[in-house]
Structures are given as structure tokens and as C-alpha cells.
Design a protein around this ligand. Sequence first.
Ligand SMILES: Cc1cc2nc3c(=O)[nH]c(=O)nc-3n(C[C@H](O)[C@H](O)[C@H](O)COP(=O)(O)O)c2cc1C
Length: 586
Amino acid sequence: MLIRLPLYVGTAGPPSIADDRSQASAAGDELSPEEVVVAYHERTKHHYHRYAASPGNMDWATQPDPFRRYAGASLVRLPLPEAGQALPYWQLYIADGLEPAPLSIESISLFFRYALSLTAWKRVHETTWSLRSNPSSGNLHPTEGYALLPALGAIHDRPSVYHYAPKEHGLERRADLDPSVWADLTAAVPEGSFLVGLSSIHWREAWKYGERAFRYCQHDVGHALGTLRFAAAALGWQLCLLDRVRADAVSQLLGIDRDADYAGAEREHPDLVALVVREKWSSDRGLCLTQALVSRVAASRWYGTANALSLEHGVAWPVIDRVAVATTTKFPGMAADDELAGLPSKEELFEAPVRSGSFTAEKVILERRSAVSMDASTALPAATFFQMLARLMPTRDGRSVPWDAIPWRPRIHLGIFVHRVNDLCPGLYVLARDPEKVEPLRLAMRPEFLWQRPPSCPPGLPLYLLKEGDCRALAARVSCGQDIAGDGAFSLGMIADYMESLVAYGAGVYRNLFWEAGLIGQVLYLEAEEAGIRSTGIGCYFDDPVHEVFGISSRDWQSFYHFTVGGPVEDTRLTTLPAYEVAPTS
Ligand SMILES: Cc1cc2nc3c(=O)[nH]c(=O)nc-3n(C[C@H](O)[C@H](O)[C@H](O)COP(=O)(O)O)c2cc1C
């Protein structure tokens, strides 16, 4: 069965190498990990005259299977949660507002349903493809999900490592852990805690996008981290990234280092593990995962061999392997920024606490969709616009959901193209997600920018008007000519504090920046649903022309991701089918 793919990327040029610097990176060896990252980022920029290297066309014969399975691993089907859970959407953001659900097969099922499950099948003529609660560049879904769970009633009588199978909404049991290993693994955390993990199969994205694929895989991880955090919030659980667990330990914990289990199958890149805790817990992200303990997990009895996703692989993209290694050889060690001083309080961000809304969490999460086209007319009330942006701000009075999932201060800021927001003049704006970065951004951008506070903007929202004017055509042009960027109510470029992050934390931080960008995107997706409109992630944009718009001339700040939000136009040719055949259990 062929999976139909969105066609938003223009025809890519033939694989060509950007410049001498990138040529050097192709040799690779003599560069430091940070230099490998910079060279990768430069050579995978899209330019007006040349796209980053990609196959240029889609070879349908080698299209990767979107579903990984492990033959020989037993599958535990999770009971589909009853549809119509009443939890209101706004409640997801109140971290300690819910009685935590007990750990059971039902709660684990709801967790994966909201985080990584299928949400619909789409059909046009003879072609069918599935959508998921987590979005993905090109709907290629490179991200695989794992869990390390305690012995749990109807799931299994021993602690185990599982791979999540979205098509079946089930858990494939990859390994049985000795109860003593589990006890040691969770000694420092409250009972009922468990681990989730994410990995990426780069080939799935590289098949279509070539060298830029590593970026998209990392965006997708950020989105999935967001869906995991919101799923946990729906159950009253906490979730935080364990950012000090080294990549080789992530591989061992998830079993993706096991060569024999991947003979002839595409390998998975270790992205992250996160801790899910049922009760309020002052997190110690350095959770004691000693090498000895990780080795004991690795020495468990493992089951199953991975399926091959493509019969053969076309062009190889060695720069992806190189940047993957460079960003995982050592963890970035971003100090947990417990120091939240200078960030706004909730009161400074929201006029009044948000305690009402339009939809349930379930509706927003399971019906989230990317707009494929925008209506070029829907305008947003300014209050809605401000509230969406306020949701993107971590607060000083305890980190808000989903920002409590990551330990570092915001390193991604927004350059916004406002097209249709009532009572706000169209033009270029900037949101400094860390107020301390207002001044550095001001210095980096065009000196003639206004830096004016918009009328009635909440005091805690560091939002500034830079320049008035109609920037619809400009926004579309820099987003690879995609009309959705100009036809929405607003679109934006996510500007990363790039070079300083690399210098301070090393090459590994490159992935963290994409994860933060993906998290921002996930909040925008959900906020747009709640507002009755839609949004779309935009991975295809012309990097340096975006910098030029804001007057950014050094490599200190780089655009990492684009997004558009507005009134969608539905594609009426498509038929929507339910995600799963099985009737909901009661
Ligand atoms: C990282 C990322 C980049 C994306 N880039 C684009 C893009 O450039 N243009 C576009 O129309 N959609 C883009 N999308 C939207 C995807 O095509 C969409 O998520 C996918 O088809 C699945 O559909 P869904 O979001 O409705 O589940 C992007 C999504 C992600 C997560």
C-alpha cells in the first residue's frame, strides 16, 4: 500500500555541495563536533537558487514502511480508551490540578493514545494513509516510542521494556527486566514512575528530504516530547526529559544498540528518555542511571527482530550519520536552569487565569490536524493571539506545562509575521521568550526597527512591533513559496540562540534546539485547535533570506523552524476513516 505524502517541498536540486566549508565537512574527520554541526547546518540550508541536497524525486519502490514491528516480540494490545473523556483542554496546563491516575493498563493506554497513536485514516481514490496524534514532517513519522514499565496487572507480571506499535495501539515486549534491576532503576523516584524513550529512523525522512532530514527528525522528536508531556498532563502525571542520560545509555535502555536484532533493518538513532512520575516531585533529572545499572538492563533477555522498512536504499546521506554522531558523543550537560529569575509570572502573562475554553483535551489532541491550505481571510482577536503566545512562555512561578519537561531556559525566540490580528497592525513582530534576550536580539536585528509594545499586550509578554506593513507575500516567499505562510492570521520563524548555545554546551545542544522548536510547534497546534482554527509546521523555508528579513547577518542567531496559524480550507476530496476498527471498550 502506498502512503500518500504532502507535496509541499519544491523540486530539490541534484545533490550538490554548498561551499568549501561543507566540502571539508564531507571529509568530516578533522572537524570538532561543533564544527560538524555548523557545517551540517550551513550545507542543509535552502537558498532561493538551490535547495539542500535531496533525491529530487520520490522513489516509490523504496518508500519506507511507516510502521516498525519486532517479529518474535509478543504484542500486548491496549484497550482503546472510551471516547469522550471530559477533561477540558485548559486543564492540561495546570500541572498539579488533577488527581493523578493510578498506573494501569487503562492509563498507559490513554497515555499512548494521546501521545503517539493513530488518529485517523485518510483516503482519496485507492490511496490510504494514516495520521497520528504527533505530527511529522512529510507525514513520514521517523519517531519510534518506547516505555520501561514496572510489572503491571494486565500488561505483564515483570518489569519490561516495550516498543509502542501505533497501528495496533499495542506494546511489543522487547525485554524482561529482573525485578532487582527495576528496583534499582527506580530507587530514587516515587512508586509508579516509569520511563519513556524516543528514537528516530533517519532513513524514513532522508528517503524524501535527503540531507535536511536530520533537522526534521529532531523537530519531530520535539513534537513527540510535547505530545508525551500533554498526554501525561491529561492523567495528572509529571514528565521530564532526563537530559543527562548519554546517548549510548539511551540506546542500551531501549535495546536499539542490539546489532543482531537489526540485521538487514534500518537502525534507530537514540534521541531521549524521559521520566514519568505520578505525583508532585521536585525533579532530579540526574536520576541515578549509572553505567553499571544501564548495563544490567542491556544484559536482560530481549525478544524480537526489527522489520526492514525498505527493500533497498537509494542514495546514502553520510552527512546525516556524521551530524548524528557529532551531536550524541557527549550530552550537552545543559545545567538545569533552576534559576528562573527574570521570566514572567502567570499573572503577568494572562489577564485572568484560564479556567474555561471551547473543547475537551481529547478533542483538541485527537482531532489536531495540519492545515494544508489557509483561507486568507480569518482574523484572530488580539486576546486570542496574546493567549497563544503566553502559552509559549515558561514562567518563573514553577515551570508551566509543557515547559516543565525541559530544564533549560528558552533558547528559541519568534520572529512573527502578523497578517490578520484584530486591533494589531500587520507587520513584523518579535517575541523574546526569555526577556533577558530582548537586548541581544535588538542588537542583532535591523537598527531601524521600532521595538514598540503593542497596545493591550500583557505586561509579561516580551512582544514588540518591529515594522508595520503587509508582509503576506514576504512570509510566503521565505517559506519556500508556500501560500499557507501568507494566508494565515500569522506565521513565524523560530530564531535560535544558536552559536552561544553551541559554544556554551557543545554540539549536543543542536538537537535540544530543535526539540524546543518542536515543543513550541506542538503548543501552537493545540492552541489553534482550541481557538477553532488550525496551524501547520513549516520545515521548508529559505534560511538566510529569513535572517535577512530581520537583519540578522551573523551566524549567532539562526532560524530553526517556521509555523503558520489561521483559518483552514478543508480538502473535501478526502474521506476520513476511524483510526482503529475495534469498538471502544466501556
Ligand atoms: C517538522 C515539520 C515540518 C513540516 N513542514 C511542512 C511544510 O513545510 N509544509 C506543509 O504544508 N506542512 C508541513 N508539515 C506538516 C506535515 O505535513 C503534517 O504534520 C503531516 O502531513 C501529518 O499531518 P497532521 O499534522 O495533520 O497529522 C510539517 C510538519 C512537521 C512536524
